[in-house]
Design a protein around this ligand. Sequence first.
Ligand SMILES: NC(=O)c1ccc[n+]([C@@H]2O[C@H](COP(=O)([O-])OP(=O)(O)OC[C@H]3O[C@@H](n4cnc5c(N)ncnc54)[C@H](O)[C@@H]3O)[C@@H](O)[C@H]2O)c1
Length: 245
Amino acid sequence: MKRKVNLAIVGISQRGSGLLKLLLEMDDVNIVGVCDLYEDRTAAAAKAVVEAGRPAPVATNDYRRLLDLKKLDAVLTPSSWTSHAQILLDTMESGRYAATEVGGATSIQQCWDLVRTSERTGMPCMMLENCCYGRPEMTVLKMIKEGLFGECVHAEGGYRHDLRQEICSGKENRHYRLANYTCRTGDVYTTHELGPIAKYFNINRGNRMVTLCSVASKSVGLNEWSRQHRGPMTKSPAAVSIWVM
Ligand SMILES: NC(=O)c1ccc[n+]([C@@H]2O[C@H](COP(=O)([O-])OP(=O)(O)OC[C@H]3O[C@@H](n4cnc5c(N)ncnc54)[C@H](O)[C@@H]3O)[C@@H](O)[C@H]2O)c1
């Protein structure tokens, strides 16, 4: 009989609900738990599971409750960037496989915490960098491996989406990125391009990163969009309440 994976999902908004839909099409996956900080999102996810003809999952806004489930193999977290690391660490500590959407960590300390916890607990922790498996990226990988470009010495890539509306509408959409772009700078979303490039250069497959540097330009684009669509800022920056999730 085909072994089924008992999976819980933590963070079920835009990305999480898309992944849930895909997972519900897989007959070797049981969704045993769903969790979001927002009750309406948790309820919608539980409803989607039942409507797919599956048993009702445990639905909660505290993911730690899901880690108490006896029948749980793995946790997938498509939650906000700053929440991934703790959820992954707790998942591995509970003896379950951990998987995260892009980000996974927001500091070097968190990266080391993930590595050391995985080594100590023996539980794998995977970042789901889908761009590593995209058709164009894999085509280029094959071409590089076949030597079509000779020896590659330089590559560049970027996360080239126009997300100004999504980011600036973060309060209305209850979307986490606004808080990140308000409080953090540098390249906060590197892996869609870095993942495939790392494969092209055999990083961690005999080659390795020696230095890493992150820079950012002035946030002209977001400020301009905001002024055009929301009008001029009426409060001084110090008085703007920072909403972090
Ligand atoms: N791989 C891709 O191509 C791709 C595309 C889109 C988004 N993403 C990633 O997916 C993740 C989610 O993106 P989104 O657009 O759905 O964001 P979103 O802000 O709409 O949703 C995040 C959800 O996580 C929930 N959450 C946060 N902390 C939580 C916690 N501790 N416990 C339970 N729930 C928690 C929030 O309540 C929210 O509903 C991000 O990491 C994003 O980078 C990846």
